[in-house]
Design a protein around this ligand. Structure first.
Ligand code: CP
Length: 342
């Protein structure tokens, strides 16, 4: 059994953005690298406050503010949770999809963004198949842009909701994070690392809190050059050995839409990297099992593991709404541009 798709450019590391002027808008969230640990702590605390707030009070916070959801790729969790989050704060939302808009007629991302701004959008939540699209949209519109996943690059709100999920289990009650909050915690990310924006955002965030990140997968999904991906990050190709060291195991889907013609022997892949109940019981009987979704039952993990007692996959989904409420609120409360900052 194999999986193939059309070619795309393969790149493990995105171009560096450290010297760039981004984000222009203080409310934007383009990368987890935009966030100080103080801001991460604020977002975690604010997510809890908003989640526990009386909905009749909460839905006045962004009453009638306008939020556009611009989705060039399919999504269930991210789109729905961003929409529920914005609506839960009282904002008006509109969804623009590449399949039912003038994008189909060839309108560019820049022109679509400028059009949304002219229509009164005060923030744009963007999912796009090209790495860097959120930066381009922010530069063009100077609106707060929330990156809901750009190609193989980043998915910052996924990393934040993953962090909230991990903390709830390994550091219950802690929301003010520091450099050593996750010291002693090993998070193993398994599978198609190369194409995963979720892996990338987690690799950029978790080591800043002291977590050790192990990357596990075959060379075609985890090139050796990832060895130097950053401090606190290393490769362990032996899945069972990685599991034995893990408090958290984050499984990833094979991203068939980004395989660039690669042929995958799925039976061989499953033999080496599928998370089964037997493997989990033998090597990591108390580890948290995470997955950003969508899960492919019977491929990267078995149905028994997905539905089992160690799985927090649906908790991750639920946490997405609270985190995105905090991020959307920040987007619309922080309206000044970088140029206007002290
Ligand atoms: N985790 C995630 O991004 O899922 P969706 O593609 O369904 O939004």
């Amino acid at each position: 059994m194999t999986a193939t798709t059309a070619p795309v450019r393969r790149q493990l590391h995105p171009p560096p953005v450290a010297a760039s002027p981004f984000p222009y808008n203080k409310g934007s969230l383009l990368s987890v690298q935009d966030l100080t640990l103080e801001t991460v702590s604020h977002l975690l605390a604010r997510a809890s406050a908003l989640e526990n707030m009386d909905p009749l009070v909460r839905d006045r916070i962004l009453l009638k503010r306008r939020v556009a959801l611009l989705f060039y790729e399919s999504s269930t969790r991210t789109r729905t949770s961003f929409e529920l989050a914005a609506k839960g704060l009282g904002a008006d939302t509109t969804l623009i999809s590449n399949l039912s808009s003038s994008i189909e007629k060839g309108e560019t991302l820049k022109d679509t963004g400028l059009t949304l701004r002219a229509l009164g959008a005060e923030a744009v939540i963007l999912r796009h198949n090209s790495s860097g699209a959120a930066w381009l949209l922010e530069e063009a519109t100077r609106l707060p842009v929330l990156n809901a996943g750009d190609g193989m690059h980043e998915h910052p709100t996924q990393a934040l909701l993953d962090l909230r999920t991990i903390l709830a289990h390994v550091r219950p009650g802690i929301e003010a994070v520091e450099q050593d909050t996750l010291a002693g915690v090993t998070v193993t990310i398994v599978g198609d690392i190369l194409h995963s924006r979720v892996a990338r955002s987690n690799m950029l965030l978790l080591p800043r809190l002291g977590a050790r990140v192990l990357l596990c997968g075959p060379p075609q999904f985890l090139p050796e050059l990832a060895t130097g991906a950053g401090p606190g990050i290393s490769i362990e190709r032996d899945f069972d050995a990685a599991l034995r060291e893990s408090q958290v195991v984050m499984m990833l889907r094979i991203q068939a839409e980004r395989l660039a013609g690669q042929q995958i022997d799925l039976e061989q892949y499953k033999a080496s990297y599928q998370l089964t109940g037997q493997r989990l019981a033998a090597h990591a009987p108390s580890a948290l099992v995470m997955h950003p979704g969508p899960i492919i039952r019977g491929l990267e993990l078995t149905a028994g593991v997905a539905d089992g007692p160690q799985s927090v996959i649906l908790e991750q989904v639920t946490n997405g709404v609270a985190i995105r409420m905090a991020v959307v609120e920040r987007a619309l409360m922080e309206t000044s541009t970088k140029e206007g900052r002290a």
